[in-house]
Ligand binder design. Structure first.
Ligand code: PMV
Length: 328
């Protein structure tokens, strides 16, 4: 048998980083998906190939029981990181199905840039758990998939993970995450435009930087709390469908993230290109450092303004993905 599942990436409307310290965050799933195809093998080995991870294709083969090192033909840190998520996702599926020795051929296709703040690893973990579990004849509902995908991120990121990315990717739409409380929220079809500077970031390192700043300066801890206050205001604006206020709050959120040291010259320049192009608001999305910004813009000019910025590798409109994980 062969089983395929897909799951969406996400942008943070508000609240990244602060969510790590128990403040609420509102990530939104976007129509850029990762798809994982799983075929059970007759032995206990695992073979993973990826035709598009916004990198050259690669193939890895190793034993399911963890003996021996994976034989990676393109040993970049990003591929090693991607492999960690796949390996842990398969372990979750074996556990869910009660099949500790199951081996798999896995094929990943993803339209979500790696390490750029769009939740590529969460989408691969969510789709991988769903596909591998179904391939073994078991089934999980999306909330269980989200919980197991969170455990994957927690393992791979040494405990530095919130439930935001994985819950959002599994459920789709806009969600609210505060500590262990996760819920879907009603949202209008938000007109997101994404700008990508072509860089990738190390989420763990950026989270550690904010943690250190917060421990050193009380006002950095206050900044994290201010982001929480902003998110609560943002939730009211979202419920009211008030795009102007959402945009203003996104601008404010970017300023606070910048104060916490997680923006970069290119992210700032993309944020300003979007604002100059007429966006209602713009901010970095995800851990920062480099990667993507998200703007709120009904005006078609914003995508063009972004694409004309020398710091922009790619810009695209990204509709809110109402569907989370799904069988393909
Ligand atoms: O850049 P991403 O997609 O890894 O998002 C990280 C979001 C943080 O809030 C910084 C960390 C987390 O786990 O919530």
């Amino acid at each position: 048998m062969t089983t395929t599942s897909s799951a969406p990436g996400k942008v943070y409307l508000f609240g990244e980083h602060a969510v790590v310290y128990g403040e609420p965050a509102v990530p939104c799933a976007i129509e850029r998906r990762a798809s994982v195809t799983v075929t059970e093998r007759g032995d206990d080995r695992v073979r993973v190939s990826a035709s598009d991870l916004s990198l050259d294709g690669f193939t890895v083969e190793y034993a399911a029981n963890g003996d021996g090192q994976p034989d990676v033909d393109v040993p970049t840190p990003l591929i090693e990181a991607a492999m960690g998520y796949v390996e842990e996702a398969l372990a979750q599926a074996r556990d869910a199905a009660g099949r500790p020795d199951a081996g798999f051929d896995v094929e990943i296709e993803s339209a979500i840039p790696l390490g750029a703040g769009l939740g590529s690893s969460a989408a691969v973990a969510v789709a991988g758990i769903d596909a591998a579990t179904r391939e073994l004849g078991a089934a999980l509902d999306p909330v269980d998939v989200a919980d197991r995908a969170y455990r994957v991120e927690y393992e791979v990121q040494d405990g530095q993970a919130s439930r935001a990315d994985t819950f959002c990717s599994a459920m789709g739409g806009a969600v609210r995450v505060e500590g262990d409380d996760c819920a879907t929220v009603d949202a209008p079809d938000l007109p997101f435009v994404v700008g990508y500077d072509g860089a990738s970031h190390d989420t763990g390192e950026l989270v550690a930087g904010v943690r250190a700043l917060r421990e050193e300066f009380d006002f950095a801890a206050d900044t994290v709390e201010a982001i929480g206050d902003l998110v609560r205001r943002g939730e009211d604006a979202l419920a009211a469908g008030d795009l102007d206020t959402l945009g203003r709050l996104m601008d404010f959120n970017h300023g606070l993230l910048s104060a916490l040291g997680v923006s970069s010259r290119s992210l700032d320049s993309l944020v300003w290109a979007a604002r100059d192009g007429g966006a209602l608001g713009a901010k970095l999305t995800g851990a920062g450092g480099g990667g993507c910004i998200v703007a709120l813009a009904e005006d078609a000019g914003v995508e063009t303004a972004l694409s004309l910025s020398p710091d922009c590798e790619e810009s695209f409109r990204a509709a809110l993905a109402t569907e989370g994980v799904r069988a393909e």
